[in-house]
Ligand binder design. Structure first.
Ligand code: ADP
Length: 400
């Protein structure tokens, strides 16, 4: 029997999201998540796609090992157990691969040590990813496990885009540079956009706008990333659900010296209490649009700041690329919020950018063009699929 299934694991500090895919046709067999690991009120939600009927389990799940064992039990109930000979590999989302990992990598001790060495630049994410990998290895020591890095797609950025203009020795000593994140999504969406245009990725320049709760933009030339908006950490760049994105770094000194805030307090402020939630108290674009429709000025200003920043990045990446074939919107906001897409390109006709109101209003799960016919630059909505991309890259490495 050929092993064609890939389990994709995305392990966070207190959660595990998973999908089981069959790579013979890219179909999904099961999806689910475990939340609030380590608390009394943990929750497991599992959906086998054969029936589509979700099962929920609430109770205490002590750690990642217990979480993965519970997932394995749920999968086994549907005949999809981890012991199945049809399982080819487990693909892990790993947030930070630094400069070392430019491609998906089969995990061995050396790879684990390197992911561990990168913890100082990804203190929240890499430890959780490592725990997920080690736990999965414990459950199926014989099975290939593959790390797919959020940073990998951005390792093609030229030094001019990847370096901060700070003292080189200090930067190198502490590995301070721009790494970028959401790489699997930018890779998948830029390729899918080329496909939508009926052209080879090598021939197409795309600006990808991944607008979810976290948000990032990238400039992709001929299939390779040449710039992206997130930096050393996912804090840089666009206005996000709860993160500030770009600002004068001196704001931090000011808040410490004049505001008397600690570094940890400022960290929390900029990562958790800024962006849309900091500006108007909501980080869900649906709620913000609803408030705007009711005439709420605070929500309107938050929206305007969000759009202003987005527009600046479109212009900046237009300049970086020189020639742009397409602008692609993706992730929760990019795929669903027509007013965001409309506002982001409003007034950019001189750059060849416009959206057609009718096309922009259409809701669909498929990649689609929303620019007017014969537009110089295509504007597209291209749903992202990070799990499929991780599974595809994993299977490409180990598929037998
Ligand atoms: P992440 O993976 O970063 O958590 P997603 O890509 O799932 O985020 O995006 C989540 C966000 O998408 C929500 O916070 C919300 O703002 C936005 N969103 C989801 N559905 C809609 C919708 N129908 N209209 C507007 N915004 C939406």
């Amino acid at each position: 029997m050929t092993a064609t299934r890939v389990l994709v694991l995305n392990s966070g500090s207190s959660s595990v999201k998973y999908q089981l895919l069959d790579m013979s046709d890219g179909s999904r067999l099961a999806t689910g998540l475990v939340e609030r690991i380590g608390e009394q009120s943990s929750r497991l939600k599992h959906t086998p796609l054969a029936t589509g009927e979700s099962r929920e389990w609430n109770g205490a799940i002590a750690d990642h090992e217990a979480a993965l064992k519970a997932v394995a039990e749920e999968l086994a109930k549907d005949g999809l157990g981890l012991d199945s000979p049809e399982l080819a590999a487990i693909g892990h989302r790993v947030v930070h691969g630094g400069k070392s990992f430019t491609e998906p990598t089969v995990i061995d001790e050396r790879v684990l040590a390197e992911i561990e060495r990168l913890i100082p630049v990804a203190p929240l994410h890499n430890p959780a990813n490592l725990t997920g990998i080690r736990t999965a290895q414990g459950l199926r020591p014989d099975l290939p496990q593959v790390a797919v890095f959020d940073t990998a797609f951005h390792t093609t950025m030229p030094e001019a885009a990847a370096r901060y203009a700070i003292d080189v020795r200090t930067a190198d000593e502490h590995r301070v540079r721009r790494y970028g994140f959401h790489g699997t999504s930018h890779a998948y969406v830029s390729r899918a956009t080329a496909k939508l245009l009926g052209r080879a990725p090598e021939d197409v320049n795309v600006i990808v706008l991944h607008l979810g709760n976290g948000a990032s933009a990238s400039a992709v030339r001929g299939g390779k990333c040449v710039d992206t908006s997130m930096g050393l950490t996912p804090l840089e760049g666009l206005v996000m659900g709860t993160r500030s994105g770009d600002m004068d770094p001196a704001v931090i000194f000011h808040l410490a010296r004049v505001g008397g805030m600690s570094i940890d307090e400022i960290d929390t402020l900029l990562n958790k209490r800024s962006g849309l939630i900091g500006l108007c108290g909501d980080n869900d674009m649906r709620e913000i649009r609803r408030r705007i429709d009711e005439g709420d000025e605070e929500a309107q200003l938050a929206f305007d700041i969000y759009i202003h920043r987005l527009k600046k990045y479109i212009g900046a990446y237009y300049a970086v690329l020189g020639r742009v074939d397409a602008v692609a919107f993706t992730a929760g906001v990019g795929e669903n919020a027509a007013p965001v897409r409309e506002a982001a390109v409003a007034g950019l006709e001189a750059l060849g950018l416009a959206v057609d109101g009718g096309l922009n209003a259409v809701r669909a799960d498929e990649p689609r063009l929303i620019s007017p016919a014969h537009a110089r630059v295509a504007v597209a909505v291209v749903p992202t699929d990070e799990e499929l991309e991780i599974a595809t890259q994993t299977y490409a490495l180990v598929g037998r």
